[in-house]
Design a protein around this ligand. Structure first.
Ligand SMILES: [Zn+2]
Ligand SMILES: [Zn+2]
Length: 661
């Protein structure tokens, strides 16, 4: 009798046996429709067996094996099995989550793309701008290694140094040899521009994009184009790392430091780390690109495990001058210092564009009563309600709660309510008042909600209908506005003293990105950072454009404090209606863990930085080890015990290599 072992999207860490008389080894990786309880579920065949641990009469028969498209290749199945074990996520949920929605249904696919399995080797040299000496050297070094198996490269290039051009040359090299290339980017927002550039440069190559903004049939179509080998280039966000790409010859991870490569729900994986593993198992080169590499990656480059390539110069432009504005000497009005205001005026007069960066949307982060000190707390979260003046609402940015702005203090009836702090709306209003002749455009998640809004705004900026942009980090990444010569940074200081040890690393990366928007055209750029701490080492390094100095200092501090990347961590997160319930579960989990801990340290359970969210109390406990293997061994033994001690009121999850606490 033939049995199939099936992965199903259910929260159990196991495969399920079914009878399938007609199944053969070629069906491994195929989708299958099976009965499960009273439901009919789609699954994926992971193995074929001739016996089952269950008595044969208890094994149900599969309804049908779907052979409409080629099965998931063994390479991807193995990668997903690894993810399931490493990230402590149920095998079935892991495998199914990697498939496009349309393949997670019980209906077969009609009119699927015919797989041709052949790509015409591209016969065009790469057109486009001539490479700089630095770029050429980088491309030549990497090409010299082609065909030599797994080689991880770090392309450490400053903003505006032309990393994308390097990617294109390497991709062309792979295409020429009949291979496929996978290019991973952090943001959906960036894909349309990049897509257009790729289509322009590789007009004869089929390009498949994969990201969550595609509709079901687009995503399926593109996934099949990757799987069939038709797509020479696969461009996508983190989920594309699991796409079957039979002739994969190169992986590029752009902005490798970006937290968007980390999935925060379900299978909590790092697409960058999985890309590295995939390249290693396949024996191909992988290129990680960044102006501010993650400290993990930077350390690998320092120790020589990754080869580091440097682009230290901008193409046809200089790096902007970065200065701090000391707010202790120059108290701001409505968030704007005299120095910044004067610089904005000067830029306006010379007909150039400015960007005022503030990473907080809304009008003011909190509303306060002058009479009794009441502040606008969210009832469901340990967070403040943000004042959105234009919409006349108080909004929670964490749970989505919305209420009208009260006419008077709900506590004492005082009508003197004070907006405290700045958000994008308030800066926009202040600039409109102070610089009435300037054309100001606010760009944040609120102003870009409408479909195509962001595209239209970009056109406005590019056609010079805008003088001053006010925006959040949406504006920081990857955009090229040649007329932009001034960047002002407001309210960056709070990240300096965060409890999260990665906050500095992230702030440095973000400010480098924002500063990198200035002076990308022919005129030099200027960046003004308003701060109470102008002598802080982070700002000092930023002003010197000294990432290496900053990163080495950070690494030394992390080493001394025993933090990643010098140790490996996992965090057990728990949620419950009451904080005591969550903490109690974690305490019992720690006690159980300490009994089996070997070369692993368990820390005390603590409430999360944001203890309550959407009415749920949250706490966590950190587990760490200098050895990744020891941590993995521990987690695999600890996890089953947790299943037993968690009551029904506690929801918990283990996150491995967490990027945030
Ligand atoms: Zn009051
Ligand atoms: Zn809330």
């Amino acid at each position: 009798m033939t049995f199939i072992r099936v992965a199903l999207d259910v929260p159990l860490p196991t495969l399920f046996d079914y009878r399938a008389a007609d199944a053969t080894d070629t069906d491994i990786g195929a989708r299958v429709v099976v009965p499960f309880g009273r439901k009919i579920l789609p699954g994926v065949i992971v193995a074929i067996a001739h016996s089952s641990t269950l008595p044969p009469q208890r094994v149900r028969a599969a309804l049908r094996v779907l052979r409409d498209i080629p099965p998931l290749p063994a390479e991807i199945l193995k990668l997903l099995e690894f993810c399931s074990e490493y990230y402590q996520h149920p095998i079935g949920a892991t495998i199914l989550s990697a498939l496009p929605t349309r393949l997670r249904q019980t209906r077969p696919i009609k009119n699927s793309v015919t797989s041709t399995d052949t790509i015409a080797p591209s016969s065009h040299d790469v057109s486009g701008p001539a490479l700089s000496a630095e770029q050429r050297a980088v491309v030549e070094q990497m090409c010299a290694y082609s065909g030599r198996g797994f080689t991880p490269w770090l392309l450490h290039g400053i903003t505006g140094s032309g990393k994308t051009e390097v990617y294109f040359h390497l991709i062309a090299d792979v295409l020429k040899r009949g291979g496929q290339a996978l290019l991973l980017v952090p943001e959906i927002n960036l894909t349309p521009q990049l897509e257009a550039r790729i289509a322009d440069r590789f007009p004869q190559t089929c390009l498949a994009t994969l990201h969550s903004a595609l509709n079901e049939s687009e995503r399926l179509h593109n996934w099949l184009a990757a799987q069939s080998g038709q797509a020479g280039i696969v461009l996508g966000t983190r989920l594309a790392v699991f796409a079957p790409i039979p002739k994969l010859g190169l992986i590029v991870v752009d902005e490798e430091h970006d937290v968007s490569f980390r999935q925060a729900e379900g299978l909590r994986y790092s697409a960058r780390d999985i890309a590295l593993l995939r390249a290693k198992r396949r024996g191909i080169p992988i290129l990680l690109g960044s102006a501010t590499p993650s400290l993990e990656t930077f350390r690998q480059a320092l120790t020589g495990r990754y080869r580091r390539l440097v682009l230290s110069q901008r193409i046809n432009a200089q790096l902007p001058r970065i200065e701090c504005v000391d707010l202790r000497r120059e108290p701001p009005t409505d968030g704007l210092s005299k120095t910044l205001l004067a610089a904005l005026q000067e830029t306006l007069r010379s007909g150039e564009q400015s960007l005022v960066f503030i990473n907080r949307r809304g009008y003011a982060p909190v509303l306060m009563c002058r009479g009794c000190g009441w502040i606008s707390d969210c009832r469901r979260c340990s967070a403040k309600l943000v004042l959105h003046l234009q919409e006349q609402q108080l909004r929670c940015h964490h749970c989505g709660h919305i209420e009208p702005v009260p006419a008077a203090c709900p506590h004492c009836g005082n009508q003197d309510l004070l907006p405290v702090g700045q958000g994008t709306q308030r800066i926009e209003a202040a600039l409109t008042r102070m610089l009435p002749e300037a054309r100001i455009l606010r760009i944040d998640r609120d102003s870009t909600r409408r479909k195509h809004a962001w595209r239209d705004m970009r056109e406005q900026i590019q056609s010079r209908q805008v003088d001053i942009l006010v925006g959040t980090q949406m504006l920081a990444k990857g955009h090229d506005f040649p007329q932009l010569t001034l960047v002002g940074v407001i309210n960056a200081d709070n990240a300096l003293y965060s409890t999260d040890f990665r906050a500095s690393e992230r702030l440095y990366a973000r400010l480098t990105q924002v500063a990198g928007r200035a002076g990308r055209g022919t005129r030099p750029g200027r960046v003004l950072i308003q701060t109470d701490f102008p002598s802080h080492p982070l700002y000092q390094a930023l002003c010197r454009h000294d990432y290496d100095g900053f990163a080495k200092t950070q690494l030394a501090e992390r080493k001394q404090a025993g933090l990643p990347p010098f140790v490996h961590q996992a965090v057990l997160r728990a949620e419950a209606p009451r904080l005591a319930t969550a903490l109690d579960f974690l305490a019992r989990a720690a006690a159980r863990g300490n009994r089996i801990a070997d070369a692993v340290t368990l820390f005390d359970a603590v409430p999360a930085a944001m203890a309550r969210r959407s009415g749920v109390e949250r706490a966590h406990l950190v587990v760490e080890s200098p050895s990744r293997r020891a941590l993995q061994d521990f987690l695999s033994r600890w996890r089953p015990a947790l299943e037993n001690i968690a009551g029904r009121k506690v929801r918990w999850v283990i996150e491995v290599d967490p990027s945030e606490w």
